[in-house]
Design a binder for this molecule. Structure first.
Ligand code: PLP
Length: 367
């Protein structure tokens, strides 16, 4: 048993490499791979992950916001970085740091052209985002003429790629809807490429898209969750390895008499003699209130121990009555052999939320 001594998120970079190789095995050899490292690389360690990915020669990175791209540049990442959801206020910094914007609306296009002109740019790489049904971000299909009009005789930017995002790529029931999105995307591409006189790269698939719609991989795919070891598919999950393992230790053990209460607002009342352990991890580390009161489990010596009572800001209590363990012993919240997907399901959420909620207070270790 390793003595980690405190709450730690262990990041396994060989698992990351394994997952990328697995995802790439689903792609044509010429398809480019864009690694989504937004939100601290899905709550892990953005710099460590990006450096590893760069050493594995991924083609592109994506982050959500300019600030995240700046962190990567500060860490010495040289690869192209697509910023998926930039705000106009950050365009100057975006250009200063050689980040590539997703242009997703007339307002954003106009603002970017203005900044690019002020900064004397020519052929600055940009990416056009189209809404094909998610109704979240993107130009609509009918905006193509407007875009071409705006870009006519403007040398400031060069369209490197055109992309869209599936609304339900993991959902078999929405197969028809996804096919419709792909169809609209193809149509937009044809119209734009014809009128531009050159063909920007096209990309549409996230991890689940890669698994369910490989025919729509075009020139590039964008993978996030799959790299980190989760896929939204039970069979595929078994072939991926979780990159992040959240561990902590037993701080203190209490013996509880029948009808005693545990925690704030007496959330737990014992129905017999119980042994409970207090762990140094709580809301402020990313453990939601939804995990308390018997809903979620952690792993102690390979056995399941329920989180009892209300989750506190800095602690949770677990029931270890039937587990042979002592203060200082390791506890796995999720990760290897104890999936974040299961931990998510017990609290009615998804692996994405569990992973990205681990706060910056938790120490990261790189393996
Ligand atoms: C986050 C994101 C992705 C990655 O999706 P996964 O399901 O994690 O693979 C891809 N594309 C866009 C536009 C995103 O916002």
């Amino acid at each position: 048993m390793s003595n980690i001594g405190e709450t730690t998120l262990a990041i396994n970079l060989s698992a990351l490499e394994h997952n990328i190789n697995f995802i790439k095995s689903k792609l044509n050899s010429t398809t480019k791979f864009l690694a989504v490292v937004k939100a601290f690389a899905y709550g892990s360690d953005m710099v460590a992950v990006a450096k590893k990915l760069e050493s594995l020669h991924v083609d592109y990175f994506a982050v959500a916001y300019v600030k995240e791209g700046v962190l990567l540049r500060d860490a010495g990442i040289k690869s192209p970085i697509l910023v998926l959801h930039p705000q106009a206020i950050n365009f100057e910094e975006l250009i200063n740091r050689c980040l590539e914007p997703s242009l997703y609306s007339p307002r954003i296009l106009k603002n970017f052209l203005k900044t690019a002109q002020e900064k004397g740019q020519t052929n600055y790489p940009v990416h056009l985002k189209f809404n094909t049904g998610l109704n979240r971000l993107g130009f609509c299909e009918n905006d193509t003429d407007y875009i071409l009009e705006q870009l006519k005789d403007r040398a400031e930017v060069k369209i490197l790629s055109i992309f869209s995002h599936l609304a339900a790529s993991e959902d078999k029931e929405e197969h028809e809807f996804s096919l419709q999105q792909i169809k609209i995307f193809k149509k937009i591409n044809t119209v734009l490429s014809n009128k531009l006189g050159y063909s920007p790269m096209r990309h549409m698939l996230n991890t689940s898209g890669i698994i369910n719609y490989p025919e729509a991989q075009f020139e590039m795919v964008r993978s996030g969750i799959g790299m980190y070891g989760y896929s939204n598919h039970i069979e595929i999950d078994t072939q991926l390895k979780p990159v992040a393992t959240l561990k902590t230790i037993i701080s203190q053990i209490h013996k509880i008499e029948p009808n005693e209460s545990v925690g704030y607002n007496r959330g737990y009342i014992s129905n017999g003699y119980r042994i409970i352990a207090t762990l140094p991890i709580g809301h402020a580390d990313g453990i939601s209130r939804q995990h308390g009161n018997g809903k979620s489990f952690v792993s102690v010596k390979g056995k399941k121990a329920p989180i009892i009572g209300n989750v506190c800001m800095d602690m949770v209590m677990i029931d270890i009555t039937d587990i042979d363990c002592k203060e200082g012993d390791e506890v796995i919240i999720f990760g290897k052999n104890f999936s974040a997907e299961d931990f998510a399901n017990t609290a009615n959420t998804i692996s994405y939320e569990i992973l990205t909620s681990i706060s910056q207070r938790v120490k990261r270790t790189i393996q």
